[in-house]
Design a protein around this ligand. Sequence first.
Ligand code: PCA
Length: 221
Amino acid sequence: MTAATAKRILLTGFEPFDKDSVNPSWEVARALDGALIAGGVVHALQLPCVFGAAMPVLDEALAQLQPTLIISLGLAGGRTDITPERVAINMDDARIADNAGNQPVDQPVVREAPAAYFSTLPIKAMVRNLRDAGIPASVSNTAGTFVCNHVFYALMHRLARRAGPGVRGGFIHIPALPQQAAQHPGMASMALETQVQGIRSAIHTAMTVQEDLQENAGQLH
Ligand code: PCA
C-alpha cells in the first residue's frame, strides 16, 4: 500500500477561538497529516471558527478529495476524555461570538432539514479501543450548539444526501492541552502526544470496524 493507492481520510481541526492562541484540534490534525492508517492516508484541513465560513472550506475539500472517511475534530474545553459525538442537531445557538463576531441564536444550520443526524462512525468501538490503549474516552451525546455542532450537522447532512456507499463521517471533541489548562486552574487537559495517539487509534477503528459494538454508553442526564 502506497500513498498513491490509499483511500483518502479527511481530518479537520479548527483555528483557535475565544481569544485562545492554540486549538488542539488543529494541532492533532496537522500532526497526523500524511499518516498512513489502515490503508488510508490522512489529509489535514484547518477550518475557520466562523458560522457560514467553515462549511464552504469543508465542501471544497470534500469535492476535491472524495474521501471515504471524514472526521472533524474540535476542542471541548473542560472535558476529561476524547469524546466521539453521537448526534448533531440542526441548531445554531452561540453563547459566545465566533471569530467573525457572529452570534446566532436559535437558527437552523440547514433550513427545512431534519432535526438531527447520528454519526456514522463506530463510536462505541472507538471508545472501547481507546480505553484498551489506556486513553480516557467516552461517548458524548451532545456536541453543543456552537461552530463544532454546526460543522458536524452540515457534514452529516451532506453525507446523508450525496455520499456514495461506504463513506462515513462524524465528529470527535477533544480536551484542552496542558498549556491551556494552566491558564484555567482546575481545568482538565490531555497531552498533545496522547491526543494524537488517540485520534490515530480512532481513525484506525473507523477504517477497520464496520458494525459498531452494542455496548452501553448511555447517560441518565
Ligand atoms: N470547539 C468549538 C468550536 C471550535 C472548537 O474547536 C465548539 O465546540 O463548538
